[in-house]
Design a protein around this ligand. Structure first.
Ligand SMILES: *Cc1c(COP(=O)(O)O)cnc(C)c1O
Length: 233
């Protein structure tokens, strides 16, 4: 029998990795936030991470996420939607989440805006960019990011926070860093028009250090916190 996955000690290791990367990159300690990606993992694992001080959780699948949110309703979790957005699901997403990382179309942004309840703060939004121009990957082409960013910032119930990307899957850290550097350059090019942008959502379990080195402000870490995931049925 295998031991239960120890979320708390893994969380400690990930925090240490982030801290070491910040130091090595000569960035201020604490300048990179950890988003714990809990997709496919039970509410008990999220509760364990919460008990260890983690507050921000990323989920990809709406109905699974809502089930866990309901189970954890008494805890002050911050919920980030990081999955593909179907246009008929924008109401529950806009109602239940604090952040949405993967907006790639103006139509979706409008629907999220229309469905964001007035009783809640503005919904925090990142534009997803297909930074390596991969055919199979979601996100706007880099040259269209500015247009979408402008459309989002004109919507009153949304708060544009920055850019998100899932770079090319590779073990080559030089290539990982090229992708994130391109994303950071794009982010910087938006700042004159959008000086409040503060979020570069990039970096996962396998490329956390590369991402921090090139300017990520929020790493989305699943496996290294919660253990490997069973393939989804
Ligand atoms: C699953 C997922 C992650 C976390 O990936 P790990 O490799 O498990 O750290 C990050 N971002 C997105 C968009 C994901 O879907």
């Amino acid at each position: 029998m295998s031991l239960p996955h120890d979320v708390e000690s893994h969380l400690t290791l990930v925090r240490q990795r982030i801290h070491n990367a910040e130091v090595e990159a000569r960035r201020a300690p604490g300048s990179v936030q950890l988003l714990a990606v809990s997709k496919t993992k039970p509410a008990a694992d999220i509760a364990a991470a919460h008990a260890a001080g983690q507050r921000a959780f990323g989920e990809n699948y709406l109905s699974e996420a809502i089930e866990k949110m309901d189970q954890l309703a008494d805890r002050d979790c911050e919920w980030h939607f990081i999955g593909a957005i179907q246009s008929n699901k924008t109401r529950p997403i806009a109602t239940r989440f604090d952040w949405v990382h993967c907006v790639e179309r103006e139509k979706i942004a409008r629907r999220l805006n229309d469905h964001r309840p007035d009783t809640l703060d503005s919904l925090n939004v990142c534009v997803q960019v297909n930074i390596d121009r991969e055919e199979t990957k979601a996100g706007v082409a880099p040259e269209h990011a500015a247009e979408l960013a402008q459309a989002i910032s004109d919507l009153p119930r949304l708060r544009l926070r920055g850019l998100m990307a899932i770079p090319l899957a590779t073990d080559d850290s030089a290539r990982q860093r090229d992708s994130t550097r391109a994303l950071k350059a794009l982010f910087d090019s938006l700042l004159p028009a959008h000086p409040d942008l503060d979020t570069l959502s990039v970096g996962m379990s396998g490329d956390l250090e590369s991402a921090v080195f090139e300017g990520s402000t929020m790493v989305r870490i699943g496996t290294a916190v919660f253990g490997s995931r069973a393939p989804r049925a």
